[in-house]
Design a protein around this ligand. Sequence first.
Ligand code: HEM
Length: 267
Amino acid sequence: MPKLKVPAPPIPEPLKPRPRRPGAPKQKPLDAAADAGAHVVDWVDERTSLSGGLRWMMFRKVPKGTNWFYTLGSATMFAFLSQAVTGVFLAMYYRPDAAGGAYESVRHINDDVFLGEFVHGMHKWGSSVMVILVFLHMARTFFFGAYKYPRELNWVIGVALLILTMAMSFTGYLLPFDQRSYWATIVGVNINGTGPLVGPYLSDFLRGGAEFGATTLSRFYAIHMMLIPGAIGALIGAHLYLVAKLGTTAPPWLKAETAEELREERA
Ligand code: HEM
């Protein structure tokens, strides 16, 4: 069967280069400066053809009835990006030192560093925001039936993203290394240990041995700031690729148009 070639989505009007009108004066230096951005983009595009991919990803038709609930995925992504940015600034001052250095570095961030308490607060409250949003987004995709064929794989990737988001909260909770985070994490690691078959191995892995101590803190820190964010970033990439490829699901209360109606519309 011959493969149907779908034409690339059109370039939106404001992004199209405007030809010079006949008789119009040549560009003045100031106009050329105003166009510099577009020229740089053109220069890169001529050498990479990246705009085709961007247009494929960004400019597409969405189903009738698309509503605010469809923004929950992007809101979750924004919460993740905010966590990544504030996390980088916190990492500039944080020390994963179980002998008191970790607690002291968080105190220093909160009390001495310029905007430290604000950035720390954004990261702390932002983690709850991300967890709430990811659940709301999952509920939206569930109630709209977006997990059905052909989007099952995107649901599975979503499940991995949900688990990783929870793992971010769990590993981050230990980092301030105060009484609350210390004891809460011991409880959490013990709960993991009660899981069937893999439980005891998992809790040994999380502790970094049989005892809860200095290695546990550096291990949680490495998992929290490198391993999981990398995995979440990669999985969001795959998730969005599939959203762009398959399109989003129309709300279930909209009836699909029959072939007859489509023919009438075209005529
Ligand atoms: C870090 C977590 C996540 C991010 C950043 C994310 C992001 C997104 C975005 C931006 C979209 C397209 C817009 C929309 O429909 O909202 C989307 C769609 C989708 N997501 Fe997620 N998502 C995440 C977690 C999840 C989870 C936990 C599930 C389910 C277990 C899930 C399942 C889906 C499905 C099935 C679609 C397709 C929706 C449709 O076709 O209408 N996602 N996601």
